[in-house]
Structures are given as structure tokens and as C-alpha cells.
Design a protein around this ligand. Structure first.
Ligand code: FMN
Length: 451
């Protein structure tokens, strides 16, 4: 099990102020593309707020052995957290040290306006999930992207993701450790002025070693190599603004820090309402701002178990349109069975199969499109997590499912170029007695033995 925290040692660090003010705009309003405001005093307070509500430690669990481990605002398959957050700005290059809510300054110099680079350390997932880990890393990245984009909106900023870049150039610009792969740039627009650099100096720092040995997974290397770009065409940067009705409900800051994955759901009579379902679906599928998102590649099929006003069955949702019914009848056993026998997919009120059009993505973006489809699925998952929490129930991302059985069950032809890319479930969570009680936990703890 590799260390879940990356540090670049030997560089100056900046303490980010603890407990920055919680964005009070309703979470559902952020999901409907409204923006909050920010009164942070200066760029460090702004960054503290942005990262505290998108990527920081937000809770802890205690294993039966007594060891405590950290949970974060952004979810992650197996709580293994392969995604790292770096950024460049007008005074340098920084890496976010999640374990202590600090910045590591890796370079001083003018690196332009604020741009995050999200990287993945695939070994953090591969030691456990082997070759399938590559997909989980891409989902995770999609969740992290959306976590950052929503926090940026909650504090009054626009964000735009860029997936079309030359991998080697970006790795070099950010001086990435060999085990970190660049995955997505997220440009943030509308924050405070950042100071200018006084000198140009590359400090870099020494990346910590995550484990004493690593095991190569050739399929992962192949998938990654096939989806690299060496000479991207120019990408225009435009800022898309979409306005919707302003929904109320609990505040964004509160919702994102209390969000947790359900271990399982209470399978009783509790239902979610039809209106809630519509809010959930609309929140999840609202257009995303990215250079690969002019078309959506992911369609939501869902297994309705307990939604008031909607008979149990399988449905297919097309954003902005009615959804169509594919079959009627109790789907609880089927949904759990398809999700690798995980009961939570049957005990939820609603479970999803996200179907990605890999063929169309590849036609538009070449093999790089494979990454984009999974980023989109992860982003939809992140929006489902936040919408469900704001509506008073919970969720769990499900990366483990039987691909071909899902295709057979839903009638997805092997020749169609469409494939299941992610599962998800929403409902009422059972209590998790491993959660350490308390209003919040210290974010200055460097030690957090993982799951
Ligand atoms: C891409 C992805 C796949 C996941 N797959 C599963 C799964 O198959 N089964 C499950 O019980 N939880 C799954 N989870 C939930 C994680 O276990 C959970 O996010 C992690 O333990 C951290 O807990 P938190 O979400 O409460 O922060 C998944 C999460 C993500 C982001």
C-alpha cells in the first residue's frame, strides 16, 4: 500500500489559513450554474478557501485496529486518492500538500494566470485494483475536476478544463515526479490578483517515495501511451455561462464537507420523490466547461427501486427530454448482481449505469477520447454526490461492475461502440460507526493510516 500523500520535500511551504469561511450559496444553486461570492483577503486566503472546499481532509475513520485514516472532500475509489493538485500562477508553481493544508512552492516566476494541473499516480490504485485501476484513476480525476470547478463557482469564479495538451510539455513545465502523469488542466478565472514573482528560480523539491517497490501493469502503460498527445492543435479558451432558476437548500460549504460515500443503503420503504429525481438528473447532466465537452459522451441509464411516482424498472435519460422506460419490474437483485454483487446497488433508491459512447469520442478526439469519457463520468458522479447530499440523501460511486453482463442486460450491442463506464447509487445511507465523531477533524495531522 503506497503512501496516500505526496510531498515535494525541501521547498518553501506556505501555511494556508485553517477553517476559511464556508461558501453559503446553496449547493443546488452551484449545480445549476450560479456563482457565489468571495471576500477573501488576498490570494492565499482565496486559495485556502478554494482547496478547503474541493480537496482537503474533511473527516476521519477509525479501523478496527484503532488506526485512524483521513477522508477528503473529493471521493476516491478505495479511498486511495491517486489525484494530485498542482497549480501555476503569476508568482510560481505550487503543489497542494493535502495532509496539512499547505502549499509547497516548487518554482518562483511568472507562470501566467491561475491554472491547476491535476495529475494521477496510477500505482496508488494499481497495487489493489490491477489493470482496471487505470479507469478508476480517470473517474477519480473527473470527480476531482468537478470538485474544484464547483468550489470555484461557489466562490465566484469560472473554470474551464483543458484536456488537449502535449503531455510531455506539461510534465516538464510542472517538473512532475516520474510516477505522476498529467491528466487535466483547469483554468480559474475571476479570483483576486496574484502577486508578481520577484525572481525566476526552479526549486522543484524531492518527491517522497510512495512505496519500496512497484509492480508494472503493461496494459495500464499501453492505455496511457495510446491516449497521450504529442502535438495538440491550438485550443481556444472561452468562458461558458449558463443560467438557470436559483434553487435553495443547504449551503455549498456545508454540503461538500459533510459529503460521504454510503457503505450501504437502508433498504426499507423510504423513497426519493419524483421532483428530487428530476433535480438530481438535471444537476448531474448540466453542461460542463471543458475543451472536450461541447458534446456529452455519457448517457444515464437507471434502475428505479424506490422513487415515488415512478414504477420500479429500468429507464434511459436524455438530458432536457423525457426519459424512456426500457423495462418494468423490481430491479434490486439485477442492479446488485451487475455491480459485482454489491448489495448497496440494490438497497439504494436508484442505481445508475453510465453508458459512454467511446466510438464517438474516439472519432472526435482520437484515442485521447477514452480519457475524456471517463472524466465526464467522474464529473457526473461528483455532481450526483453533491446534489444527493443537498437533497437529503447520500450516494456511492461504484467502479466495480460486470461490464459485459451490463451490456447484455441493457441491450447494448457490442458493435455499437458504446460501453458501460461507471455505476453509481443514491439512497439513504446506513450509519457508519467507523466515522470519528466530532464537528470536524484537525487538518494539520500528517499521520493518517489509510484503509
Ligand atoms: C471512481 C470511484 C469508484 C468507487 N467504487 C466503489 C465501489 O465499487 N464500491 C463501494 O462500496 N464504494 C466505491 N467507491 C466509494 C469509495 O470507497 C469512497 O469514495 C472512499 O472510501 C472515500 O470515502 P468518501 O467518499 O466518504 O470520502 C468508489 C468511489 C469512486 C470515486
Amino acid at each position: 500500500m503506497p503512501d496516500p500523500f505526496r510531498h515535494y520535500e525541501g521547498v518553501p511551504v506556505i501555511d494556508l489559513p485553517a477553517d476559511p469561511p464556508a461558501p453559503d450559496i446553496p449547493a443546488l444553486a452551484v449545480l445549476a450554474n450560479h456563482k457565489g461570492t468571495d471576500e477573501s483577503a488576498g490570494w492565499i486566503a482565496f486559495l485556502s478557501r478554494l482547496l478547503f472546499y474541493s480537496a482537503s481532509i474533511s473527516a476521519a475513520k477509525q479501523a478496527p485496529s484503532g488506526d485512524r485514516y483521513a477522508l477528503r472532500v473529493n471521493p476516491s475509489s478505495g479511498n486511495l486518492h491517486p489525484t494530485e493538485f498542482h497549480f501555476g500562477c503569476s508568482n510560481g508553481i505550487y503543489h497542494y500538500r493535502v495532509s496539512s493544508h499547505m502549499l509547497e512552492q516548487r518554482a518562483t516566476g511568472d507562470f501566467g494566470s491561475l491554472e491547476f494541473l491535476l495529475t494521477t499516480i496510477v500505482w496508488r490504485e494499481a497495487w489493489k485494483y490491477q489493470s482496471r485501476a487505470y479507469r478508476y484513476c480517470l473517474h477519480d480525476l473527473g470527480h476531482a475536476w468537478q470538485s474544484l470547478a464547483l468550489a470555484a463557482a461557489a466562490i465566484g469564479c469560472e473554470s474551464r478544463a483543458v484536456g488537449n495538451f502535449d503531455d510531455d510539455t506539461v510534465s516538464k513545465r510542472y517538473g512532475l515526479a516520474e510516477d505522476e502523469w498529467p491528466m487535466l488542466l483547469v483554468r480559474i478565472h475571476g479570483g483576486p490578483a496574484f502577486p508578481e514573482a520577484e525572481k525566476n528560480e526552479w526549486m522543484g523539491g524531492i518527491p517522497n517515495r510512495l512505496s519500496t517497490e512497484t509492480v508494472p501493469y503493461p496494459w495500464i502503460e499501453e492505455m496511457h501511451a495510446a491516449t497521450r498527445i504529442t502535438h495538440p492543435p491550438g485550443v481556444p479558451t472561452d468562458w461558458q455561462v449558463i443560467e438557470h432558476a436559483f434553487p435553495n437548500g443547504p449551503a455549498f460549504g456545508e454540503v461538500v464537507r459533510r459529503r460521504r460515500s454510503a457503505l450501504d443503503f437502508r433498504g426499507g420503504d423510504e423513497t426519493i420523490g419524483y421532483e428530487q429525481l428530476m433535480t438530481l438528473l438535471e444537476s448531474a447532466t448540466s453542461p460542463q466547461n471543458a475543451d472536450f465537452a461541447s458534446e456529452s459522451f455519457v448517457e444515464l441509464y437507471f434502475y428505479s427501486h424506490r422513487v415515488s411516482g415512478l414504477p420500479p424498472g429500468v429507464y434511459r435519460y436524455t438530458p432536457g427530454k423525457e426519459f424512456s422506460n426500457l423495462m418494468l419490474g423490481d430491479q434490486r437483485v439485477a442492479a446488485a448482481g451487475l455491480s459485482l454483487g454489491q448489495d448497496l446497488a440494490g438497497n439504494s433508491c436508484i442505481a445508475f449505469s453510465m453508458i459512454g459512447d467511446l466510438e464517438r469520442a474516439a472519432r472526435l478526439h482520437g484515442d485521447r477520447g477514452y480519457r475524456y469519457v471517463h472524466f465526464e463520468a467522474g464529473a457526473i458522479g461528483q455532481r450526483l454526490y453533491i446534489a444527493a447530499e443537498a437533497l437529503g440523501f447520500q450516494s456511492t460511486g461504484i467502479g466495480a461492475f460486470f461490464d459485459d453482463s451490463v451490456h447484455d442486460y441493457l441491450g447494448i450491442e457490442r458493435t455499437s461502440g458504446r460501453q458501460v463506464v461507471y455505476h453509481f447509487a443514491c439512497g439513504y445511507a446506513v450509519e457508519d460507526d467507523r466515522l470519528v465523531p466530532g464537528p470536524d477533524i484537525s487538518i494539520r495531522s500528517e499521520s493518517s493510516p489509510p484503509e
